[in-house]
Design a protein around this ligand. Structure first.
Ligand code: ACO
Length: 424
């Protein structure tokens, strides 16, 4: 069977089927409106494929996540974040030579233009680092105006990956009133970020291996997740041929919301609230089930995963290991585990297939690493950078690419006359 039939108001139409390499089936409805004058309506896009993509595969029922065919569990233990960046963006794991050259370029482009430092002065001390990050990434297009031009694409990809961690670390230093710490070329990608975050001019700081490894793992696990809200936003914005920096800045804004990447900050805030309320986690599980209350268990549920989120499984184990190695005893980890235990046997969560997602345990690890809560979503953005770039690039290289422009079913008033002001 290679077509799907639609009977609409007595007329029959046929549409071709599209099959993915993992057997996924889509109905190609590009010609639906042309042939039928009707559109498909799918608020939230739960049943809508927006593109063909060769980057990331997810099977939400089986809890599978693969980047370019490689299982996330394998990449998490065997690859560095820089290798994963290369894999996602260029389609293959780098050779030794390619990795050396790519890492070297990432190191050499880490500085931001000195003038950009002045931007930080304009933000209030209380500014959320996500506000600074999205503004700064968009501002990079003012310094590198060739970011929409194909010949310069590789250079701008390297610039973005390299500079974003400097911007992120500077936004943290700004928020605590400390001087910016410049990158050091002798450090790896993750070590350099930790150095810019935690070094102070008065002291020597050598990023500890346990932090470098934990950061590497967290970034790898967040690196891509196919057509989620922020990635779809990057593609949407990029489809009008907006430059790379501005498109990614839009993705950063989309990530910020608490239903998406902002959930990692909310999880910790919620766990703290539960702790301050006497660790009565059952009360909060009941509140999350109460349909008259808007309360939700943050870090639970996922649009695609209906079994478990493989990233959450890895992070739960890592949280134990990292806290152990750092000698940190965080009561929030115990509350998180108890909350999970109660929720996973509760019929409300079981019947709706609500499991912990990537955000549930990541914040506990960030906390143990000394990263403040309002930086958690920035950390997510650092990790997601190669995924956004890979999707932007894939979209731009699609020869039949069109501007993204959904339609709607209008439900407002039909045509009417404007009454004179005194009669309204
Ligand atoms: N707590 C309590 N109930 C929930 C939760 C939750 N965290 N998540 C979903 N539900 C319930 C809904 O109320 C709904 O119940 P109903 O069928 O009785 O109406 C049902 O489960 C389905 O939920 P939807 O909101 O329709 O699922 P959707 O796929 O639209 O949303 C989302 C997914 C946004 C992740 C949702 O589960 C949620 O809000 N979770 C909390 C926020 C969160 O952790 N976000 C991070 C997601 S992962 C990421 O972006 C990196």
């Amino acid at each position: 069977m290679s077509t799907a039939k639609l009977i609409l108001e007595g007329n029959e139409y046929e549409f071709p089927l599209v099959r993915g390499s993992e057997g996924e089936v889509g109905i190609d409805t590009v010609a639906l409106r042309k042939h039928t004058n009707a559109i498909s309506l799918d608020p939230g896009y739960g049943s809508t494929g927006s593109c063909l993509s060769g980057i990331t595969f997810i099977d939400g029922e089986k809890g599978i996540l693969r980047y370019r065919g490689y299982d996330i569990e394998k990449l998490a233990t065997e690859s560095s974040f820089v290798e994963v960046c290369y894999l996602l963006i260029y389609g293959e794991l780098p050779t030794q030579e390619e990795l050396l050259s790519f890492s070297d370029r990432l190191t050499r482009h880490t500085l931001i233009h000195e003038d950009m430092k002045k931007f930080f002065e304009g933000f209030p001390a209380t500014a959320h680092p996500m506000a600074m990050l999205s503004a700064m990434v968009s501002s990079l297009s003012a310094y590198y105006p060739g970011a929409g031009i194909d010949e310069d694409l590789d250079l701008n990809i390297v610039r973005l990956l390299a500079k974003v961690k400097t911007v992120a670390a500077f936004s943290y230093k700004k928020s605590i009133g400390q001087p910016f710490i410049y990158p050091r070329n002798k450090y790896s990608y993750c070590a350099n970020f930790l150095h810019m975050m935690f070094a102070v001019p008065a002291e020597d700081y050598v990023p500890p291996k346990v932090l470098i490894d934990a950061l590497n793992l967290l970034l790898v696990l967040h690196a891509d997740h196919e057509q989620n809200c922020s990635t779809s936003t990057v593609r949407m914005v990029g489809s009008s041929q907006t430059n790379l920096y501005a498109s990614i800045s839009a993705g950063i804004s989309a990530l910020w919301g608490p239903l998406h990447g902002g959930a990692n900050q909310k999880v910790i805030e919620q766990l703290k609230m539960i702790r301050e309320d006497g660790s009565n986690f059952r009360k909060y599980v009941d509140l999350a089930k109460d349909k008259s209350s808007p309360f939700r268990l943050m870090g639970f549920g996922h649009r695609v995963y209906k079994n478990f989120d493989p990233r959450a499984r890895i992070l739960k184990k890592t949280a134990d290991e990292v806290l152990d190695q750092l000698g940190v005893d965080d009561p929030l980890l115990d509350i998180a585990k108890q909350l999970e235990e109660v929720a996973l046997v509760d019929d409300y969560f079981v019947s709706r297939k609500l499991y912990p997602n990537v955000d549930f345990y990541s914040g506990i690890i960030y906390r143990a690493m000394g990263i403040p809560t309002n930086m958690f979503t920035v950390m997510f953005a650092l990790g997601r950078m190669p995924g956004w770039i890979a999707h932007w690039k894939e979209m731009r290289e699609e020869p039949r690419g069109r501007i993204n422009r959904p339609r709607q079913i209008y439900t407002g008033p039909t045509q009417r006359e404007i009454k004179p002001l005194e009669e309204r």
